[in-house]
Design a protein around this ligand. Structure first.
Ligand code: PGA
Length: 237
């Protein structure tokens, strides 16, 4: 694992954009695994800036996002599809048909999860997976549990996650209680992982990186991955 402790979120975004940009240059037809949440917003803005300067080309890139709320369509401003459209997809030259998220509004969530895993498989897996980390150690919506769940699956969100995400909604009642999330398998099979964490995550990041590998801290499984870069503004060591 490579740990970069940087001074502020602007530097974190620049370093993250450097790594994602390098991936695009090395393999223009790459598969990026993407994440939502507040942490990657500046990174997306930096990628958009570099695209506008002519330094990056997304025309051959395919993306697969980690997760989506159940019950929300892509037109809903709270959906992760909408978030991605606002922050990245609508701002760069990625073909819309190359952008994938689980469909949270699918009538049959189990079939949708199976479709998503098959899609990732057909794409040849993820080249670079961008991740945030929840205060409880979740990645994607893989919440603390008694066992790791490998495939894409439906999860009931923990109360703490619902509270943390309520800031994006007008009331906590509006926060969906369930989501579809990529499981640990596709995340761990990504060829590279890039985890971003602000200083508010220093405690859980320390537990994830240096504590026991346990489904109680889903991000701890990343200790088993051979190519993880962590960029953080927190004091982890
Ligand atoms: P945040 O969320 O970037 O909004 O803190 C990260 C996460 O919950 O995975």
């Amino acid at each position: 694992m490579k740990l970069l402790q940087v001074k502020d979120s602007e530097t974190m975004a620049r370093r993250a954009a450097d790594l994602i940009g390098a991936q695009l240059l090395l393999k223009p037809r790459c598969v990026l695994g993407l994440a939502t949440g507040s942490t990657p917003i500046e990174t997306y803005a930096e990628l958009v800036r570099r695209f506008r300067e002519g330094a990056l080309d997304f025309s051959k890139v395919t993306t697969v996002n980690l997760d989506e709320y159940c019950g929300l369509t892509g037109e809903n401003p709270q959906s992760y599809r909408y978030f991605m459209q606002q922050h990245l997809f609508g701002q760069v030259n990625i073909p819309p048909e190359n952008t994938h998220l689980p469909n949270g509004a699918a009538a049959d969530p189990a079939a949708e999860c199976a479709r998503y895993d098959q899609l990732i498989e057909e794409l040849g897996g993820v080249d670079l997976q961008l991740l945030g980390i929840g205060h409880n150690g979740h990645i994607g919506f893989n919440e603390p549990d008694t066992a790791f769940t490998a495939p894409t699956h439906q999860v009931q969100l923990k109360e703490g996650t619902i509270q943390a995400n309520a800031r994006f909604f007008s009331s906590i009642e509006e926060v969906p209680k369930a989501a579809l999330t990529m499981g640990m398998s596709a995340i761990l099979r990504a060829r590279k992982v890039l985890l971003l964490a602000g200083s508010d995550k220093a405690g859980i990041l320390r537990a994830a990186l240096y504590g026991p590998v346990t489904p109680q801290v889903p991000a701890s499984l990343l200790q088993l991955h051979p190519d993880v870069t962590v960029i953080t503004t927190g004091a982890v060591q």
